[in-house]
Design a protein around this ligand. Structure first.
Ligand code: GDP
Ligand code: IMO
Ligand code: MG
Length: 424
């Protein structure tokens, strides 16, 4: 199985970190293909909890090589800090981390622009990590890439040109002070020495690995409904978390992908603004937040919580080509008497045939719910599907039936061992 793509099937934070760490046992390479330090992927090993923002979640297995692909936007300060934290925790990353020479850099002015834009009335509720502005520069063809760090003259020339234009925007549009070009040049030239050992042509590396029959996990960040093309635009991130993004974001052919695994939370959450048809603003939502510890791994913001949305998931499975799913956080539902699942959307009394692509319609639809009985018993220690209560098994089966997906694994706790493989 050459390339297995792991995608967040909802609005992010589905538990991709846990699943990628767990699946890494049987892989050779784990590669991130999009996003940046907006991601927060949690891996719990024994009593220890690690939160990764840029480094792939396979890093805790010594046999794994981790790749940060060309599609990722890299804040070198965040990367260095993450490398430092892992080293302090005794994780050996020497020779195990490769960074694409073609990946774009997040500059201090990207974060500044992100924060200024978020002060407007149509704010997205971004993570403030400079993601949107960095991708704007990439597509405007004025971005600074990792490879530019290697040549001081090129870096200085490109930065000067880019900052000159940015300064016009800062001073004339936003009434802010100018950015100090020399300070930024000096700061980023320093990264050259530190980052040099990791830089390589990762696309060539991955294609060679494919030739050698190695198994690659492509780790998505965010989720399908935050995809800039397929998500709830404009309340999305600025990249393609959907499975197609894995090929462009790593420089590997679509024919190398043989498996697309959708990570699916047993209920729904969303961080930031934008439509959320099944959001629960009541006590049930509050209980989900508390029991599921639903607070952002990157910003600490409380996550908005709601019922499972089968309409959204069916759409996500379609655009990602999900071959099988991992249902996470099933144990969070242990305490509920009954569990609602959204099985359809109604607009003006009519059932919609597909997931609406515009925000206005999404805000107007009425979710139609089906209610399932809860199991009212702890399931975190179950290790086989048959050990789960009948009501839990029915709920898992219903999610699969309602979304036209096959369930591969269910997760009943944050640790590696709290996992049940249903179908090998
Ligand atoms: P990611 O961004 O998709 O990697 O997900 P996050 O790490 O942001 O959020 C998922 C949270 O749920 C983390 O705190 C995980 O440790 C935790 N988690 C993952 N799987 C399970 C599970 O099956 N049960 C419980 N209770 N927690 C889980
Ligand atoms: P992981 O990989 C959940 C959300 C932000 C905001 C929108 C745009 O941990 O699942 P951005 O900073 O990307 O410009 O913000 O996207 N967002 C996430 N929500 N999980 C994430 O990552 C997210 N990364 C960005 O909250 O609504
Ligand atoms: Mg997260």
């Amino acid at each position: 199985m050459p390339v297995q793509v792991i995608v967040g099937a909802q609005w992010g934070d589905e538990g991709k970190g846990k699943v990628v760490d767990m699946l890494s046992e049987r892989a050779d390479i784990v590669a991130r293909y999009q996003g940046g330090a907006n991601a927060g992927h949690t891996v719990c090993i024994g009593e220890k909890t690690y939160i990764l923002h840029l480094i792939p979640s396979g890093i805790f297995h010594n046999h794994i090589t981790c790749v940060i692909g060309n599609g990722v936007v890299i804040d070198p300060a965040a990367l260095m800090s993450e490398i430092g934290q892992l080293q302090q925790a005794g994780i050996n990353i020497t020779g195990r981390l490769l960074v694409s020479h073609n990946a774009h850099l997040i500059m201090p002015y990207h974060k500044q622009l992100d924060s200024i834009r978020e002060q407007s009335s149509n704010k997205i509720g971004t993570t403030g990590r400079g993601i949107g502005p960095a991708y704007i520069d990439k597509f405007m063809r004025v971005g600074i890439r990792i490879v530019d760090l290697l040549d001081r003259d090129v870096l200085a020339k490109k930065l000067k040109a880019s900052i000159e234009e940015k300064n016009q925007i800062f001073t004339k549009v936003y009434g802010e002070t100018k950015i100090d070009v020399d300070a930024i040049i000096a700061e980023y030239q320093e990264f050259d020495k530190k980052i040099d050992e990791y830089i390589t042509d990762t696309s060539a590396y991955l294609n060679q690995a494919l030739k050698e029959g190695k198994k690659i996990i492509a780790e998505g960040a965010q989720g399908a409904l935050l995809d800039v093309d397929h998500g709830t635009y404009p309340y999305v991130t600025s990249s393609n978390p959907t499975s197609g993004g894995a090929c462009t974001g790593l420089g590997i052919p679509p024919t190398s992908v043989t498996d697309v695994v959708g990570i699916v939370k047993a209920y729904s959450t969303r961080v930031g603004n934008g439509p959320f048809p099944t959001e629960l603003l009541d006590n049930t939502g509050e209980r989900l937040r508390t029991l599921g510890h639903e607070f952002g791994a990157t910003t600490g913001r409380p996550r908005r919580c709601g019922s499972f949305d089968a309409v959204a998931l069916k759409y996500s499975a379609l655009i990602n080509g999900i071959s099988r799913t991992v249902i996470t956080k099933l144990d969070v539902l242990d305490a509920f008497d009954e569990i609602n699942v959204c099985v359809g959307y109604e607009l003006n009394g009519k059932r919609l045939k597909s997931f609406p692509s515009d925000v206005k319609t999404l805000e107007q639809i009425h979710p139609v719910y089906e209610t399932f009985p809860g199991w009212k018993t702890p399931i975190s220690s179950a290790r086989t599907f048959s050990e789960l209560p009948a009501a839990t098994r029915s709920y898992v089966q219903a999610l699969a039936d309602l979304t036209d997906t096959k369930t591969w694994i269910v997760s009943v706790g944050p640790r590696r061992d709290q996992t049940i493989v249903i179908n090998q």
